[in-house]
Write a protein that binds this ligand. Structure first.
Ligand code: DAH
Length: 344
């Protein structure tokens, strides 16, 4: 019994020393296996109990279990201590300065021409015009023929076209082909639509012209629509868009798909009418083309020109955006320069 007691005391002392000196998880695990494992010293002693006298066994067992229990507690404490040490070391290694400013969140915004496009459509919506979406890739027939612009007609010079490799398929040069599509869809109902969309032209890029740009086309078809309706409606639009005092003028013009045709100018907002490079010193900025829908175009849309009449217009939101924000070069719109875009 005393032999056993001595052996246990020696074992406990050495085991405690081992535990105390284990300075990382791997060493501690090796210590655990050495003392507590199935082949460890403690197990060997406990197995030896079976061979003792029955009279001595309970006291010896109690002693051995007490030692085992104390060592188990010591092991757990050491494990916890090592975890705490590792955490503390990790925290010091990756010190976090909570007073540093955070990453600024970049808030997206709508492109300036999208903003103006939406405003234009909203104004037309309040005037009873619904949005009609047409396609960017068009047929030669829709983009030209049915709009009274036959092949070889000199008026085709007005639109330098991007053709595709497929015969008769092109990128629309204006939103006007949507007029035919709308008429064919709405016939025989009266029509009041605006068609917003991107247009494409094979052009020299300058401060005033780009190869891609938006247009908002408008179309009204009914039984008694006159030039007076056209003028009144467009003046009303201009006043809502640019302010009620804004001066507006109509000039006679020519488009193959309208007769008569006109263009509407708004007083130049950049120079206030005194003349600058944007308005080519005229004091006026052309913002749209318009006219009474040509009888042949009405017919192509399915409407009998003896019964129906209509007006149409097409305007460029980028030009209007330039007016509103005093932008002097159209090339800023698609250059994707954040210094420009972030101002809106
Ligand atoms: N499609 C013309 C262009 O791109 C603009 C235009 C003029 C549209 C007169 C119309 C219109 O609907 O009536 O230059």
């Amino acid at each position: 019994m005393t032999d056993l007691a001595q052996a246990l005391a020696a074992l406990e002392a050495t085991a405690q020393a081992d535990l105390a000196s284990a300075s990382d998880a791997a060493t501690l695990e090796a210590v655990r296996v050495r003392w507590f494992g199935r082949k460890g010293s403690l197990a060997t002693i406990l197995r030896g109990l079976g061979e003792m006298d029955a009279a001595e066994r309970p006291a010896a067992g109690k002693l051995a279990n007490e030692v085992k229990r104390r060592l188990e507690v010591a092991l757990e404490e050491r494990q916890a201590a090592l975890v705490a040490l590792a955490q503390a070391a990790a925290l010091t290694a990756a010190r976090l300065d909570v007073t540093l400013p955070g990453q600024p969140v970049t808030i997206g915004r709508l492109h300036p021409s999208t903003q103006v496009l939406r405003r234009i459509c909203q104004i037309w919506a309040t005037m009873g015009f619904q949005i009609y979406r047409s396609r960017d890739v068009e047929s030669d027939e829709m983009n030209f023929e049915l709009l009274n612009i036959p092949a070889h007609h000199p008026a085709r010079d007005m639109w330098d076209t991007f053709y595709t490799t497929t015969e008769g398929v092109l990128l629309r040069t204006h939103t006007s082909p949507g007029q035919i599509r709308a008429m064919r869809e709405f016939h025989p109902e009266p029509i009041r639509v605006v068609l917003p969309g991107m247009c494409y032209r094979y052009e020299q890029i300058t401060a005033r012209s780009e190869i891609q740009f938006h247009q908002v086309e408008g179309l009204a078809v009914g039984r008694n629509i006159t030039m007076t309706d056209l003028k009144g409606t467009l003046i009303s639009f201009a006043h809502r868009m640019f302010g009620a005092e804004r001066k507006v003028r109509f000039r006679a013009s020519y488009f193959p798909f309208t007769e008569p045709s006109a263009e509407m100018d708004v007083e130049c907002l950049i120079c206030g009418g005194s003349g600058c490079s944007i308005c080519k010193q005229s004091g006026w900025l052309e913002i749209l083309g318009c006219g009474m829908v040509h009888p042949r175009v009405l017919q192509n849309g399915g409407y009998d020109p003896d019964v129906y009449s209509g007006f149409a217009f097409g305007m460029g939101p980028e030009r209007i955006t330039m007016l509103l924000h005093r932008i002097d070069d159209i090339r800023y719109f698609w250059a994707n320069d954040l210094r420009f875009l972030e101002q809106f």
